[in-house]
Design a protein around this ligand. Sequence first.
Ligand code: GLA
Ligand code: ZN
Length: 674
Amino acid sequence: MRVGVAYYPEHWEPSRWERDVAQMADAGIRVVRMGEFAWSRMEPEEGRFEFGFLDTVLGMMESAGIACVLGTPTASPPAWLHAKYPEIYPADKRGYRLGFGTRQQRCLNNPDMRRHSRLIVDAMASQFGNHSAVIGWQTDNEFGGNLCYCPVCQARFHEWLRGRYESLDALNRAWGTVFWSHEYSEWQQIPLPWEVKCGDAHNPSLQLDFRRFQSEATVRFQQEQIDILRAKSPERFVTHNLMGLHGSMDYYDLARNLDFVCWDNYPSTPWFVNDMGPDMTADAMRGIKQSNPWVMEQQNGITGWERMGRRPSDAQLRCWAWQTIAHGADAVVFFRWRSCLYGAEQFWHGALNHDGKPRRRYWALSDFAREVNSLSVTLDGTGVRSEVAILNSYEQHYAFQIQPQAEGLDIWRQVSRYYRALRQQGLNVDIVPLSVDLAQYRLVILPGWHIISSAEADRFKSYVRQGGTLIVGARTGVKNTENVCRTEPLPAFLSELVGLEVDDYDPLGSAEIKVETAKGRLYRVTCWADALSLKGAESIAVYTEAPFQGETALAKNRFGAGTAYYFGAFGEPAFYEDLLTSILDESGVQRVVNAPAEVDVSWRERDGVKVLFLLNLASEERTVRVSEQVFRLLGAPCEGGRITLPGFGVGIYQWLGSEEDLENEMEPSTYEHV
Ligand code: GLA
Ligand code: ZN
């Protein structure tokens, strides 16, 4: 486990560096990330490389025992590069070229951008690839797809389409371009999804292919860097800092050739909305490679560019940082070391204020680093295991972005409904792509899998046939991979598995109707309502109101040795809590901690060691009940099965389990940290 900071030596006088490094070492900082925006310093003019400043700082870090991750600087191409190659500027949906300023003002398909990116990465890797302070590399910074609409992108898109469809005839058929006379007779006629007369109403097939194409362009851009780094900097990791649940590209593809992923976590920023909080994000990020990530940027104080958000308390910052570890992070690198004096992020606060003096955030960071460093012995090598999984897919996400259909239908909103209810039961939850082995889970949730192939459907069937429990969400199976509606009754290919067909539907949006469960409980549902016609399944909830009064909304079907559920409506939180409680009971998933909603309950484990994390995200104290024995590693004691955590309190416990577990699993060496 490591605690670190993002450091920008180029923002400070060289005379300050020694002091910064000494203060970091004193605080227990063991890793820094540097370099990712310093292109203009590393290559002040074309082909002239100046690495002296970084070399000096790497030396200082090494002497202080601080490991370094270097970022490639391609997210902020320097002014001279643009002056020479103005076509590097990306174009927006109106075809308008965006100019210099802020960052990421580049098209990743542009050949000059790509060539110069390779050159700077090559120069950096030649210089520092074998430096003993350098443990790894971060490519670029927060890739966000390449939603550029420039002529180069259009030409590349045409090539990409030729590769995919081979003939225009095949493309015209696959996309159904006969609609509105869009049939193309030359590749060059195919537009990008520019701003057009009727809003965004481009052909959905074209839109989906454009998203795929630009996502692949970003993956390819990154791969050129990975290849150079692997060749010139062996035995160092290569990673990238992802933006959490950000749907602008396919992170599974982006991560394929990385050693592990990193993500950036700013819990108080407004994009954590609609229940998709840092916990769900952390689980989705861990799920990308099904391995422990790092948090490469962790909120360290007040955030904001032109306007600032409220000040999180030191206890809250600590609780958020521990939360990422609880969900699998092996390192937490805070953003940033010191608040910058200039530039657009002057008010994005670091561990030190502008004045550079150690004050409360510095001391709070030191306390946190000390805690993490001392618990490393227990936590190193632990990971997150889960018996339940929710499937995720960027293609499904694009499909709902292109056609939201009804408010709230987006795949991650759907994921969050199930996620909250499962987490409420004190369970770890994996959020993973379909490429995982489903058989490792007792329960798998398939939120609206809008685009489906028969091969995917076969995997779900065999999982259930062999004894798994699957929940299938509404709007599954609507489209084929070209984003064209299927002709099979819904949920296409899965009707037999769930024992029903969707007979009709109502896109409710924010309107509400009620359903009654077989147990006689009434719940409000919104967003979507499917009316189900049963073909062997058993109804478990019916609508009590128009338009589908008396018709089935939810059903359960035995299939082979397992059970498949179909949820044709989206309920209030209590609806999921109740239904999932009985489904978890039936599928044999054990729950041992009973905590109020604001307490995040998470587990990490390795052979013989199981560690429970309790994070009270509320500002007042909360009490948690634990049904078996635990040994306190950090935080409030456990008395008579009860643990009372103060507001934003963190409790970490080694699980002793039942007496049998105790004999089998305990390792005396883990008793060090009382
Ligand atoms: C992102 C970036 C950082 C910085 C912070 C704060 O996460 O990766 O470079 O800009 O946001 O704005
Ligand atoms: Zn472009």
